[in-house]
Design a protein around this ligand. Structure first.
Ligand code: ADP
Length: 256
């Protein structure tokens, strides 16, 4: 495989190696370093809300040592600043609707220009409209990144159940699922003990609105990438644990 990575992955593995056995994630990053090629990739995680994009993005970030860029997380941070744009975003997001293209396009463009993205990066939740896909595709070509789409396929009954059981740590961002990846105590984060929260837009009426927005505005983006000649990989995100789904991604990417 051809994933260009910065030197930080090997330095980090080397620094940690004497202290404990390598995890599966670190094993993969060693493989990737051995096979590093020349074209940095933009890995685009695609799928409906609740398909596991955020979970897989975090696992891939560990295995590849490249940044994880979540537009949902960036927008939630933006909301915290409480100015008039923040308030507009909050209203749209809490209703399960998409925020305007130019807002997210600008956030992503700024983020991928930072030096830590030069060896590739993972996009989670972007692009979500045809216009975002066109803008991204242009930027990637200008900057010499190859788009690779990983489409996590799940059915909607599963998505609704998954989202309803989703909890997040407001401090470190760790995601839990009360069914498939529960914290030791259902109310607190395993890592820092903070009280877990349910996102406002994870309530059932809003979930349906988000799924409709996905069907109407986001799903057609797959056709855009297929027509543009980008690699589009289909992965079953429905059955199995997050680690099993990660394995499927690794195998379609030729990383094992
Ligand atoms: P999920 O993938 O589970 O829907 P996200 O955290 O990715 O969750 O997104 C939460 C909300 O943030 C979306 O419902 C939408 O309002 C907004 N959002 C995130 N990414 C985008 C985007 N690329 N374009 C427009 N709105 C977005």
């Amino acid at each position: 495989m051809e994933m260009t990575l910065g030197s930080s992955a090997s330095e980090e593995s080397a620094r940690r190696a004497p202290h404990r056995a390598l995890t599966e994630a670190e094993d993969l990053s060693v493989d990737l370093m051995q096979n590093a090629g020349s074209t940095p990739k933009a890995l685009i995680l695609f799928g409906p809300p609740g398909s596991g994009k955020g979970t897989q993005a975090k696992l891939l970030k560990e295995t590849l040592s490249i940044p994880h860029i979540s537009t949902g997380d960036m927008l939630r941070e933006r909301i915290a600043s409480d100015d008039s744009l923040g308030l507009q975003l909050k209203e749209l997001m809490h209703a399960g609707r998409l925020v305007p293209d130019d807002v997210v396009n600008r956030l992503v463009e700024e983020r991928i220009s930072l030096p830590d993205c030069s060896g590739g990066f993972i996009l989670d939740g972007y692009p979500r409209t045809h216009q975002q896909a066109e803008v991204l595709d242009r930027r990637l070509h200008e900057r010499g990144f190859e788009p690779v789409v990983i489409h996590l396929k799940v059915d909607y009954t599963k998505v609704i159940a998954r989202i309803a059981g989703r909890r997040q740590c407001p401090v470190c961002g760790t995601l839990y699922s009360l069914t498939s990846n529960p914290p030791r105590n259902p109310e607190f984060c395993d890592l820092d003990g903070a009280a877990l929260v349910i996102r406002d837009d994870d309530r059932e009426s809003v979930i349906r609105e988000r799924l409709e927005a996905y069907e109407r505005q986001t799903r057609p983006v797959l056709d855009f990438f297929a027509a543009s000649g980008a690699a589009v990989h289909e992965v079953d995100g429905h059955e199995g644990s997050p680690q099993e789904i990660l394995h499927r991604i690794r195998s379609v990417m030729g990383w094992e």
